[in-house]
Design a protein around this ligand. Structure first.
Ligand code: THU
Length: 146
């Protein structure tokens, strides 16, 4: 599958904007338990950016990842058409990769949009949601039930 079929490739300028936004979002991370700050920046089809950070809780399972914070902010403000999300962490040697729960939440809003997994030096891996969550279950499956 093409990497960015419906969305179309992002211009370099848009990518840079998204990378800076996710690094900025990481600064707000509330992670007193893991000490693992993460930032996300979500680009909508109409060019708006919603940012998010991980928000942990003393009741550990209630913590939420940066990606889902950003997606929930966007959806709750009426934006559901996404072009891309960029994710940042402090790991110098590894690209931050979204957890399974976040991949499923991304997939809810389409399979063809793009995920930029970054390092602090600005390098990144680019994958579609489809590539990160192949053979997925989504809203279309529910519509097919008799
Ligand atoms: N985390 C994220 O926010 N996004 C990811 O892509 C991976 C993990 C958070 C969850 C938790 O607050 C901390 O990182 C350690 O797992």
């Amino acid at each position: 599958m093409a990497q960015e079929c419906s969305a179309g490739a992002l211009e370099l300028q848009q990518v840079q904007r998204l990378l800076l936004s996710c690094q900025e979002a990481k600064k707000a991370a509330y992670c007193p338990y893991s000490h693992f700050p993460v930032g996300a920046a979500l680009l909508t089809q109409d060019g708006k950016i919603f940012s998010g950070c991980n928000v942990e809780n003393a009741c550990y399972p209630l913590g939420i990842c940066a990606e889902r914070t950003a997606i929930q902010k966007a959806v709750s403000e009426g934006y559901k058409d996404f072009r891309a999300i960029a994710i940042a962490s402090d790991m110098q040697d590894d690209f931050i990769s979204p957890c399974g729960a976040c991949r499923q939440v991304m997939r809810e809003f389409g399979c063809t949009w793009t995920v930029y997994m970054t390092k602090p030096d600005g390098t990144y891996l680019r994958k579609t949601v489809q590539e990160l969550l192949p053979l997925s279950f989504g809203p279309e499956n529910l519509q097919k039930t008799p």
